[in-house]
Design a protein around this ligand. Structure first.
Ligand code: FEO
Length: 171
């Protein structure tokens, strides 16, 4: 059985993951609006990843006999200052998510909840990958100054991303 403090923190994280999903869906709309179909696809895949992250928490709270409480999702931004800004904001956001996951891990440690620690390790590892992927894209975009033929080629690459439910695999 989950302790109340752990349950509350996990419920907050479910909300944070849905907020992330909404954030990336908004970025997908922005990218589509500025003619970057590949980046729009990448963000839409990212949206689906965040939904999968939320559902993994959702299922875990239930599995541990806890109570899921879904809270309202706050408004997300819908305007950015070009494609480099979009991915820089993505990296900043993922760094915030990493700190949220680390805080959750701290709570699990403080509450001596070994099962939650084991569960959360998946997210700790996932965040390393999330940040590294975005950093690579930012580096590429900066190389071409976020424009011209270079951007056209990068956008083509971003269009190749397909959703794979990483929550079903072990890191
Ligand atoms: Fe759910 Fe992008 O971390």
């Amino acid at each position: 059985m989950l302790k109340k403090r752990m349950e509350d923190e996990l419920n907050k994280q479910i909300n944070a993951e849905y907020w992330s999903a909404y954030f990336y869906l908004s970025m997908s709309a922005y990218c589509a609006g500025v003619g970057l179909a590949g980046a729009a696809n990448w963000m839409r895949v990212q949206y689906r990843e965040e939904i999968a992250h939320a559902l993994k928490f959702f299922d875990y709270v239930i599995e541990r006999g806890g109570k899921v409480e879904l809270k309202p999702i706050s408004e997300v931004p819908n305007e950015w200052n070009g494609i480099i800004d979009v991915f820089e904001e993505t990296l900043k956001h993922e760094q915030i998510v990493t700190s949220l996951i680390n805080n959750l891990m701290d709570v699990a440690i403080e509450e001596k909840d070994h099962a939650a620690k084991s569960f959360l390790q998946w997210y700790v590892d996932e965040q390393v990958e999330e940040e590294a992927n975005v950093k690579t894209i930012i580096d590429q975009l900066q190389m071409v100054d976020g424009k011209g033929n270079g951007l056209f080629m990068i956008d083509k690459d971003l269009g190749l991303r397909v959703f794979v439910d990483s929550t079903l695999t072990v890191n």
